[in-house]
Design a binder for this molecule. Structure first.
Ligand code: AMP
Length: 203
């Protein structure tokens, strides 16, 4: 029972290195919604050495998942802000079935639900090569070979199963993530428009 006037409530999922961060930003802009990226929130807190940042730094550096309750609290706080009232694009959350349950509870309580889950499909070799390129460009502390392997393994074990949950609800759009930024972006936009979602900015 989603309100008629809302813009779009979206989730983008894909393995690390699938390009979901970049695509997520563009899609959010087109559909006029804020990006809610748990990875970005955690990294900003680590950088500013906030109490949350101090708590999660070692976990993130090791490539492990931050505990569900803590992560879900961060997301609930963010989604409660005014700019997320009519829509949002989640990137990196939920990451396991426990977090799906937390998000369901939160959204149901507001009379909302996700409109679409964009699954970026990229072969493993491609995401690994994109990740090592990003490691050289951005110097993220969790982009070492060992930590990358662990994060991909956690993705396959914990995150991939959430796709089945959403597929049963009929809201997953699987998008071929191989191609130029513009090509992949056009595929996502077409899939969302096919669901009746309306772009706010036609850039
Ligand atoms: P990302 O930029 O999405 O790859 O996230 C970077 C790191 O932040 C992950 O490897 C985790 O340590 C942590 N993180 C981000 N999102 C979540 C989440 N939904 N649940 C638990 N940990 C997360």
């Amino acid at each position: 029972m989603t309100s008629a006037a809302h813009t779009a409530r979206l989730l983008i999922v894909g393995p690390q290195g699938s390009g979901k961060g970049t695509q997520g930003v563009r899609i959010a802009e087109s559909f006029g919604v804020p990006v809610v990226s748990t990875g970005d929130v955690f990294r900003a807190n680590v950088k500013d050495q906030t109490p949350l940042g101090v708590k999660v730094k070692a976990i993130i550096d090791a490539g492990d998942l931050v505990p569900d309750e803590l992560t879900s609290e961060v997301v609930r706080d963010r989604l409660a802000q005014d700019d997320a009232a009519e829509g949002f694009l989640l990137d990196g959350y939920p990451r396991n079935t426990g977090q799906v349950a937390h998000l369901d509870e939160f959204l149901t309580g507001r009379g909302e639900s996700l409109d679409a889950v964009i699954l970026l499909d990229v072969p493993r070799e491609e995401s690994i090569s994109r990740l090592s390129q990003r490691a050289q460009e951005q110097g993220r502390t969790d982009d070492t070979d060992e930590v990358i392997a662990k994060r991909l393994e956690i993705y396959e074990r914990e995150t991939a199963p959430i796709i089945d949950v959403y597929a049963e609800r009929g809201i997953v759009d699987t998008i071929d993530g191989v191609g130029s930024l513009d090509e992949v972006n056009a595929r996502i936009v077409a899939a969302l428009e096919a669901r009746g979602l309306v772009r706010q900015v036609t850039a």
